[in-house]
Design a protein around this ligand. Structure first.
Ligand code: PHE
Length: 359
């Protein structure tokens, strides 16, 4: 084959190659070790010197020309690939952002995080217990005898037992106090825990829902007193409501599992639907509390002659309403998206004391 034909063949093949792989095949066929042009150049050795000089120059020229064509085409293909990427990955960064539908953190969850941060700072760990509880944990161990009104059907949700199973039925826990027993049984004394969670009572009106939230507090040591309880609750309220002045009112009360017992109200004002803590002439009950009854300590395996301390049970939904000015408790559990968007929190609003809780 003469060089002109060979030249035409490969220049055409280079032009026709549509991909870098096809181009590489052309290169191998022409200039590879076993390529046609390489083979031709190998014949130079057998020529006499004059012939070799002329043919060699022509072949070098051809080889360089095809090599140049291959390189140019390769660069062209790479450019085309880049342009295609630029075209398909094009993005107008000046367009306004498209908001995606997103959920919010429920005020109850937010408040649980807030109060956990505050009590953690005071040395309280978080304890947990089941929502379906045995009647022993929910009642007996807490010194609530079988005939106590709290046990009556209209307050408590009872679980079913299999027919023929005559053991007392489990209940949906009516308060977080059974976690006191579980925590002390597990860890003994001294102990400092809070236990936030869901509780259930058969009750439904403007200020009551059949499921609501409490946080139990328990501090047991050698010489813990009501004074420590008062200080702890006032500290908590100052941090939680983010005000310097809070006023708590301790009212003598009765719970079977504490002696003495007190219910605690917080002073607030309501001016045109705006709730303010620490001023005004209204009081909202936010918790029950007292010194843990010796029988309760004993039921949890803690020696009442050596240990004593306080417990409280606070309504989380109540303090959430007060802090965030939410007027109706029932709306908490209606899953109304408009309500959640209004009162909910952004997912990354993690409360912490250093950051100033709710910012
Ligand atoms: N368990 C009580 C309630 O639900 C509150 C409470 C807890 C009272 C701890 C005293 C001590 O009403």
């Amino acid at each position: 084959m003469d060089l002109t034909t060979l030249r035409a063949k490969y220049i055409e093949a280079v032009a026709a190659a549509a991909t870098e792989a096809a181009l590489e095949d052309v290169r191998l066929a022409a200039l590879g070790k076993k390529g046609e042009i390489s083979a031709l150049m190998a014949t130079l050795g057998k020529m006499d010197p004059d012939q070799r000089k002329a043919a060699g120059a022509a072949m070098n020229l051809l080889r360089d020309e095809i090599d140049a064509a291959l390189r140019a085409k390769k660069a062209g293909l790479a450019d085309a690939a880049l342009n295609e990427r630029l075209r398909s990955e094009w993005l107008d960064v000046t367009l306004p952002g498209r908001p995606r539908p997103h959920g919010t953190i429920h005020p109850v969850s937010q408040v649980m995080e807030e109060l956990t941060a505050i009590f953690a700072d005071m040395g309280f760990a978080v304890a947990e217990g089941p929502q379906v509880e045995s009647d022993w944990y929910n009642f007996d161990a807490l010194n609530i005898p079988p005939e106590h009104p709290a046990r009556q059907e209209h307050d408590t949700f009872f679980m079913h037992r299999a027919p023929g199973d005559n053991r007392p039925p489990h209940v949906l826990r009516t308060h977080t106090s059974p976690v006191q027993i579980r925590a002390m049984t597990e860890n003994g004394a001294p102990i400092r825990v809070i236990a936030p969670g869901r509780v259930y009572r058969m009750d439904m009106d403007q200020t009551h829902t059949p499921m609501f939230h409490q946080v139990e507090g328990l501090a047991i040591d050698r010489d813990i007193s009501m004074a420590n309880l008062k200080w702890t609750l006032e500290e908590f309220c100052r941090a939680f409501f983010e005000v310097d002045r809070v006023e708590l009112r301790f009212r003598a009360s009765h719970f079977p599992f504490t002696e003495p017992s007190a219910e605690v109200d917080i002073r607030y004002s309501n001016v045109g639907g705006q709730l303010r803590i620490g001023e005004g002439d209204k009081w909202m009950e936010i918790l029950g509390s007292g010194m843990v009854h010796p029988k309760v300590l004993a039921a949890a395996g803690v020696d009442p002659d050596k240990w004593q301390g306080f417990a409280f049970g606070m309504g989380i939904d109540r303090i959430a309403m007060l802090k965030y000015g939410i007027p109706d408790l029932r709306a908490f559990f209606e899953s109304d998206l408009r309500w959640l968007r209004h009162y909910g929190f952004a997912a990354l609003d993690m409360p912490d004391l250093a950051g100033g809780l709710s910012r």
